[in-house]
Ligand binder design. Structure first.
Ligand code: C2E
Ligand code: MG
Ligand code: MG
Ligand code: MG
Length: 291
């Protein structure tokens, strides 16, 4: 059925920009129904080497293909899914599908085609007593090695106390890597980063926006650059990798490269795309490598 609906449906949200498409109370029941009806889809956004454009990983992003309302943005339903607890089965679906797809890409294109898959994980999932067992089962089922997985967490998730921290340490001990998403927007602190077994920080898009515009010398532009510089220095000191998010033009990519960022993600590099398009991108990359 997904195939018949066609690719065009993936292209744009119909909601999001205008009125919310659902009244809040309606949403919980709709999400349950949608999960049972298999209406959630994944799109994949490449994480690339800034200097070469080589794909080094992908972030799976969930989409809701509603039968009558079209494609619904996660901004509209993730909060409700978290509130109702439906994020637990939905997150399990995302992880299973992303791992299955990544294992298939690795089988088709070889182990160097991409290093990692980086799904987003909500704090509600980390509180689920079955979370670790689910991750282990999905890895066993799909045959994806644990070091190919990076879980993207926000700072607020990480700050939820000892139980969550223990889960994160267990994941780390299994060989699963952890990334701090949207870094710089929450209560980022050095002590947090030391307590938390992170391998990667993702510089939030808000510090990338306008980073190329320093010529005008506005305090805002200078502040963004100062944050981007501070984050990469701190990451370097703590032995963490960095990814810059939301790169929308070459000026931003150049500026980030100049500051020492090597990896990035954004519409200028590649938009989130259906699996078939990602497969074509990986095929083209292999052509180039063997040419
Ligand atoms: P995020 O994890 O920070 O994901 C990056 C978001 O920025 C994605 O939006 C992506 O499409 C968008 N983006 C990437 N490059 C650019 C750019 O150059 N310009 C602009 N304007 N945007 C860019 P998306 O897919 O709408 O997801 C929004 C948020 O929803 C995600 O933010 C994440 O927090 C959440 N989310 C998405 N999928 C999942 C999921 O499977 N599970 C959970 N728990 N949360 C998810
Ligand atoms: Mg993310
Ligand atoms: Mg992010
Ligand atoms: Mg973000």
């Amino acid at each position: 059925a997904a195939k018949q609906r066609g690719k065009a449906n993936y292209v744009r949200y119909t909601g999001g920009m205008e009125q919310p498409v659902f009244a809040h109370a309606q949403l919980g029941g709709e999400l349950r129904r949608a999960l049972d009806a298999d209406e959630f889809r994944l799109v994949y956004q490449p994480i690339m080497e800034l200097a070469t454009g080589r794909v080094i990983g992908v972030e799976p992003l969930v989409r809701w293909q509603h039968p009558t309302r079209g494609l619904v943005s996660p901004a509209e339903f993730i909060p409700a899914a978290e509130g109702t607890g439906l994020i637990v089965p939905l997150g399990r679906f995302v992880m299973r599908e992303a791992c299955r797809q990544t294992a298939a890409w690795l089988a088709e294109f070889g182990p160097d085609a991409l290093q990692k898959i980086a799904p987003n994980v909500s704090v509600r999932q980390l509180h689920d007593p079955d979370f670790l067992a689910d991750v282990r089962q999905i890895l066993a089922e799909t045959g994806l090695p644990c070091e190919r997985i990076v879980l993207e967490l926000t700072e607020s998730a990480v700050l939820r106390g000892p139980q969550v921290l223990q889960t994160l340490h267990r994941l780390h001990d299994m060989g699963v890597r952890l990334a701090l998403d949207d870094f710089g927007t929450g209560e980022s602190s050095l002590s947090l980063l030391r307590a938390f077994p992170a391998s990667i920080v993702k510089l939030d898009k808000s510090f990338v926006d306008g980073i190329e515009l320093d010529e005008d010398g506005t305090p805002e532009a200078n502040a963004r650059q100062a944050v981007a510089r501070a984050v990469i220095q701190m990451a370097g000191a703590l032995g963490l990798d960095t990814v810059a998010e939301g790169i929308e033009n070459q000026g931003q990519a150049d500026r980030l490269l100049g500051l020492g960022y090597t990896l990035g993600q954004g519409y200028h590099l590649a938009r989130p795309m259906p699996a078939e398009d990602m497969t074509r991108l990986l095929a083209a990359q292999r052509e180039k490598a063997t040419a």
